[in-house]
Design a protein around this ligand. Structure first.
Ligand SMILES: CC(C)(COP(=O)(O)OP(=O)(O)OC[C@H]1O[C@@H](n2cnc3c(N)ncnc32)[C@H](O)[C@@H]1OP(=O)(O)O)[C@@H](O)C(=O)NCCC(=O)NCCS
Length: 198
């Protein structure tokens, strides 16, 4: 699917890059110290970047959402959401208090990546504003596919080439070249490796 979309996009590439520039103009003009777009960035109007932290997008990223928008939300000045080169985002939602790093050539569907609990697990969470909230960075390797409706929780690392199945909840690390699925996500298979693809 992504392959055919990318082939179609290639035919109208320069027009899409120009239109994307218009869609991202408000970020380029008013948030350039916190938002960086790499070269050839393509998006549609369904892109939201909000919060005090940074969003850094690599070269040749396509973030053209069909249904859900691509949302970059930071909740701390030091939080950084970093997307590697050649990534494809289709309705991805990033919520960061620490840092979320995506490698190169990843496909992220309408999934949620959230590096914080947002609330304390302690019983005084409603009465004590200093009740501790746990947050830990997320790191995704190269050539990873995270399918729709998956959730990646705080502190998770996913190794190169791995696949996260539809609707999975990933609470612990995923080794490289693995297919994981379910809640909590477990390894259900190995990624068939083909030479010359990465
Ligand atoms: C993860 C995925 C790629 C695995 O496909 P696959 O390698 O063909 O795996 P299979 O269908 O043979 O399933 C293997 C086992 O895992 C289970 N499984 C597969 N996907 C699962 C999922 N998303 N959640 C829970 N269990 C899942 C199957 O039930 C099966 O269990 P069993 O061995 O007990 O019968 C596929 O299931 C998936 O989730 N695709 C995403 C589709 C999608 O969202 N596309 C939109 C693009 S972002």
């Amino acid at each position: 699917m992504i392959y055919f979309i990318v082939q179609k996009i290639k035919r109208f590439r320069w027009l899409l890059i120009f239109v994307s520039y218009i869609f991202t103009l408000k970020y380029r003009l008013f948030k350039s110290n916190r938002v960086h777009f790499g070269s050839n960035f393509i998006t549609n109007w369904k892109l939201r970047i909000q919060g005090p932290g940074k969003a850094i997008l690599g070269n040749n990223v396509i973030a053209g959402a069909h249904e859900e928008p691509n949302i970059f939300s930071t909740f701390d000045r030091d939080a950084t959401i970093e997307i590697g080169d050649n990534c494809r985002l289709n309705g991805a939602h990033f919520q960061s208090r620490k840092g979320i790093k995506i490698g190169n050539s990843c496909i992220i569907g309408s999934a949620l990546l959230v590096d914080t609990d947002h609330h304390s697990v302690r019983s005084d969470r409603m009465t004590n504003p200093n009740s501790p909230v746990l947050s830990k960075p997320i790191e995704i390797g190269n050539n990873v596919w995270i399918a729709g409706h998956a959730t990646i929780l705080k502190g998770v690392t996913i190794g190169n080439n791995s696949v996260v199945g539809f609707g999975s909840v990933v609470a612990s690390d995923v080794p490289q070249d693995s297919i994981v699925a379910g809640n909590p996500a477990k390894v259900i298979g190995k990624v068939p490796m083909v030479s010359g693809t990465i």
